[in-house]
Design a protein around this ligand. Sequence first.
Ligand SMILES: NC(=O)c1ccc[n+]([C@@H]2O[C@H](COP(=O)([O-])OP(=O)(O)OC[C@H]3O[C@@H](n4cnc5c(N)ncnc54)[C@H](OP(=O)(O)O)[C@@H]3O)[C@@H](O)[C@H]2O)c1
Length: 304
Amino acid sequence: VSLKHRHGPVAIVGTGALGTALAHAFVASGVAVRAIASRDPDRAAAAASAFPGAIGVSLDRVAKEAPVVLLAVADSAIESVASALAGARGVIVAHTSGSRDTKPLAAVRAHGARVGAFHPLAAVVKPAGPVDAGHWTTLFRGAAFAIEGSDGDVTAQLTQLATALGGKPFTATAAAKARYHLGASMLAAFSAGLAQVAWEGMRAAGAPADVASAGVGHLLETVARNVAAAPAPAAALTGPVARGDAGGVTRQAIAAEVLPREAQVLYRAHAEHNIQLAQHAGRITKETADALVAALHAHGNSSS
Ligand SMILES: NC(=O)c1ccc[n+]([C@@H]2O[C@H](COP(=O)([O-])OP(=O)(O)OC[C@H]3O[C@@H](n4cnc5c(N)ncnc54)[C@H](OP(=O)(O)O)[C@@H]3O)[C@@H](O)[C@H]2O)c1
């Protein structure tokens, strides 16, 4: 049985980072992309020209082109884009925001569309230059997808699309999406911010910029592998806190004094957070945790 075009076809609204990535990944996975819509007709046509069989269309036409329309538009634009769709009766219209439920799709739902949410848990940027097809096929492989649907068939169809991309879909509880997205966003954005702290430390120690960039990237990959394999991330903690090493914490607290003020605050907050996690995970005893907190507060410009 051919895997080609088992699901979909789909239409995508938005030519930004995620819309572009989804279009490439669907096509690479054998899901047909029929149309790409944009506020700007030239952008829609240019984006669609990358995919044989796809056409560039305006927002009011896109829902007539495919049974599933995915809105990869700015979170704040979902309402206005949903209002601009026409002829969407019976069509599945799903947005790709992780922080919003399906209420912003109320306008199109009132016109007979079935609505949902399709959130890939991946950090996606527009590539700076040309990339090979493998880039797109691996982008969502293994990614969690938070799925919502106004009925079971919508959830099932969006789940199948996520699976076609190699993702790991789950049905999301609407009321918990803000919390879900907060954690995911903290991880993605703050780990990149922490990477900058590590990168500057490597530069200070003599690493050339390219070695520092590749080095922090590799370090993150090893953390990612450890976390993915652990029953819960706290089991994958490394470093002096996880080892219960008060001397190591003391040396780090002293070293942290040269960091910019905001990074010092981060160091302290993360160390305290990890002490809590390590204790709750049974990695260190309460006595060790207390000793680590004392070591942390014996140095640095702590406000306590
Ligand atoms: N990037 C990620 O890592 C990621 C991951 C998961 C989910 N998401 C979600 O994907 C959605 C798009 O994010 P993105 O990262 O792709 O953002 P982006 O690169 O800024 O692209 C957003 C696109 O939305 C369209 N848009 C913006 N303002 C609009 C408006 N007022 N009316 C109509 N269309 C408008 C634009 O497309 P046109 O110029 O073609 O109209 C723009 O290219 C968001 O809901 C985001 O939460 C992103």
